[in-house]
Design a protein around this ligand. Structure first.
Ligand SMILES: NC(=O)c1ccc[n+]([C@@H]2O[C@H](COP(=O)([O-])OP(=O)(O)OC[C@H]3O[C@@H](n4cnc5c(N)ncnc54)[C@H](OP(=O)(O)O)[C@@H]3O)[C@@H](O)[C@H]2O)c1
Length: 334
């Protein structure tokens, strides 16, 4: 089968290769999906650049991509929840990227039936960002009436997060640049801060939750706009919280290193009686089924910026890497 792979750590253009490889064998708990579309995420170029190789050891050459939508063409003996021919969508676990390929083997617990009202192409843009948002806002205990700052509301994660937080009854502040202000407001943001014209640090005060999708200074500065006792939930950087480290079975040495790495954020949180949490997306078919229902009830819609063909995969990843995508970037495989 054809598969996009990377052969070593470095620049996308140097490392990405279109290879012919064996179609994967499935285990008794897996299904084989004939891939219709995959979508790309910043994690894809971060993995290839080698930014996270300290946490994620991959055998090279490795597959690329986590988001997938397609048709079940084979199923393992123990799979009872899906049938051959089902149209499904899902996210692969961090250790086994490879959705930008003709076929993908995936645990049946990590997929759900595609929402009936959208195409497989559009469904491919949902799993990673949708699961990240659902898992993050559950962990942060987002409640109706909460005031939340969602950074980068125009990104893949941000555009899903605005719609989800709105659905949950939150009052939403978000940041983006001038060209995206109107459509981010249309998505459901109550206050849009154009970061090219004003500082969110002046426009936002006393929020219950900051959803950090940008990292760096945005993480520590979050405490300037959080109310006392509020929560900073970050999905970026290496300030992984201990719950996440345990969930990923990180050993005590790594957990100690992480404790050291998040010392500044922990200190700031303590000073503000605030809570610091982080999320790393975990594949989950049950939560994907929740997302399917939200899409079918038209509470949330998939937001796609650009679509590329399989042969244009490198351009798709390079476009994602510009950091200017408005919603998601999809690759059509079939
Ligand atoms: N922990 C996890 O499990 C997890 C899961 C998913 C994503 N992530 C991480 O979360 C981050 C966001 O992911 P994503 O998929 O949303 O990325 P993305 O789609 O590439 O984000 C692009 C968007 O960010 C906006 N942006 C860039 N700089 C900004 C700034 N200073 N202020 C406000 N908006 C800004 C851009 O808007 P403008 O063009 O208007 O600037 C653009 O629309 C990435 O670092 C990703 O790796 C983590």
């Amino acid at each position: 089968m054809k598969a996009l792979q990377f052969k070593g750590y470095g620049e996308l253009e140097d490392q990405l290769v279109h290879n012919e490889i064996d179609t994967p064998n499935i285990t008794k708990h897996q299904v084989l999906i004939e891939v219709h579309a995959a979508s790309v995420n910043p994690v894809d170029f971060k993995v290839i650049n080698g930014n996270i190789k300290g946490f994620l050891k991959l055998k090279l050459p490795s597959g690329v991509g986590y988001d997938v939508a397609g048709t079940v063409v084979e199923k393992g003996k123990s799979v009872v929840n899906f049938e051959i021919g089902d149209e499904v969508f899902g996210a692969l676990p961090s250790k086994t990227p490879g959705s930008i390929a003709e076929y993908v083997a995936i645990e049946s617990d990590f997929i759900a039936l595609k929402p009936t009202n959208i195409s497989l192409h559009d469904a491919a843009c949902l799993p990673l960002v949708g699961l990240t948002v659902v898992q993050s806002f559950k962990k942060a205990n987002l409640k109706s009436g909460d005031r939340v700052l969602i950074h980068a509301g125009s990104g893949g994660v941000g555009s899903f997060a605005i719609q989800y937080a709105k659905l949950k009854g939150a009052f939403i502040y978000t940041t983006t640049s001038t060209k995206n202000v109107a459509w981010v407001k249309d998505l459901g943001a109550d206050v849009v801060i154009d970061y090219t014209k004003e500082s969110y640090l002046e426009a936002v005060k006393d929020v219950n939750l900051v959803f950090d999708t940008l990292g760096d200074n945005y993480k520590l500065d979050a405490f300037k706009v959080l109310k006392k006792g509020g929560t900073l939930l970050s999905i970026v950087g290496q300030n992984v919280d201990d719950d996440t480290a345990k969930a990923f079975n990180m050993n005590w040495v790594i957990r100690l290193v992480l404790l050291f790495m998040r010392r500044k954020v922990t200190k700031q949180a303590r000073a503000k009686s605030a809570i610091y949490k982080s999320t790393v997306m975990r594949p989950n078919g049950t939560e994907l089924a929740e997302i399917k229902r939200m899409i079918e009830r038209q509470e949330i819609k998939p937001i796609i910026d650009k679509s590329f063909s399989y042969s244009e995969s490198t351009q798709a990843l390079a476009y994602q890497k510009t950091g200017r995508a408005k919603g998601k970037v999809v690759i059509k495989i079939k």
